[in-house]
Design a protein around this ligand. Sequence first.
Ligand code: IMP
Length: 431
Amino acid sequence: MKTVAVVGTQWGDEGKGKIVDLLAADADVVVRFQGGNNAAHTLVVDGEKFILRLIPAGALHAGKVCVIGNGTVVDPLALCEELAALRARGRFIDDALLKLSCDAHMVMPYHRAVDHAREARAGRRAIGTTGFGIGPAYEDKMARVGLRFDELRNFARFRDKLTRNIADKNSYLRAVLKAKPLKGGEIVDQMKRVRGRMLPYLCDTGAYLAEAVAAGKRVLFEGAHGAMLDIDHGTYPFVTSSNCIASAVFSGAPLAPGRLDAVLGISKAYTTRVGAGPFPSEIKGRLANRLRIEGEEFGSATGRPRRIGWFDAVLARFAARLNGMWGLALTKLDVLTGIDPLRVCVAYQVGARRYDEIPPGRSALERARPLYEELPGWSESLSGARALSDLPPNARRYLERIAELAGVRLVMAGVGAAREATIVFSNPFLA
Ligand code: IMP
């Protein structure tokens, strides 16, 4: 297959970065199509850890084209920093290999200020955002007052619009959010400085991708976040502000519908989420702490401790249906070593009723009690496993049961952080 999308099936942090990095070896082009630097994709390459927020994970392979599509929102200051950090570590991205959609919206310092001020004001009702201004930037896009990268070409016009936006945001910050206004001149100067660095990357990514696909190139679409954080399908309002399911490829890369060959969903062998909101299979106490430490479950973007839960097959089925998943990759199986028995949430109970799917009217999820199935654990280390036959029987049984409950075939299993610590049953680019 030539065009493959990788998407998260939980609340983000499923280990998509690692799988994208692995598949990027066989791809020509890697594309981000939604979200911004609220994403943080962690990769371990040759023993070195990298966290990529905006730059597609293909950047760690030489010669791959990295595309940031129009559906993303991009903080130009954060992009400059990320590029500089990669270069400082000897990972040079050739300017010609990075293509930033001229239609992508810019995240401005006032978006971050609004995000912070709103969360501070919301107190106990806060969403627990990453604080990077992502929601406010998408709001401006929808309100048709956002600034797109293309507008940097004519800086005088850009400055006028930016100045108007700053004045509006400052009124809102002062009067409604009771927060400190921003210094407009500083923002204009910052944008003047980054302009020259952004212009060489600007590209009509739709035309570029159509040509690449027509030429038979292999294109990998790198989703951010996860189905349960999707603005339409997730646990609203505790979601991010973009569509995180595979259909966002068609509007946000963009790729024509019908041109996508396969969707690979990524799940952790257990579940995590950061921020507030319902989480039916959540566990607390010593076991949660143990998994948090073993799995290094601290937000890569913000450092916050992640909430921990058992694998939730109801969510997996939901994500499989929404995404039309071709296969499932289960990551971090090794983290479950030594826990016996293991539990998997197979259904919910709300009141007296059992639900095998997410109950309608998502607020029911807040009242949903998990119904568990128990599976025997294993004590052997999995880190050296490179084939299914290297896994202890109970680990194999766990994988098989999860695939069965999710209704999707399992195509990969992760047994460690490194690129090579992955058992690949089927690679979509070679299938
Ligand atoms: P925002 O995307 O910063 O607006 O945050 C909204 C919600 O999405 C919060 O609960 C965040 O913790 C969550 N979120 C956003 N991006 C990620 C991610 O990449 N991984 C996990 N959670 C995320």
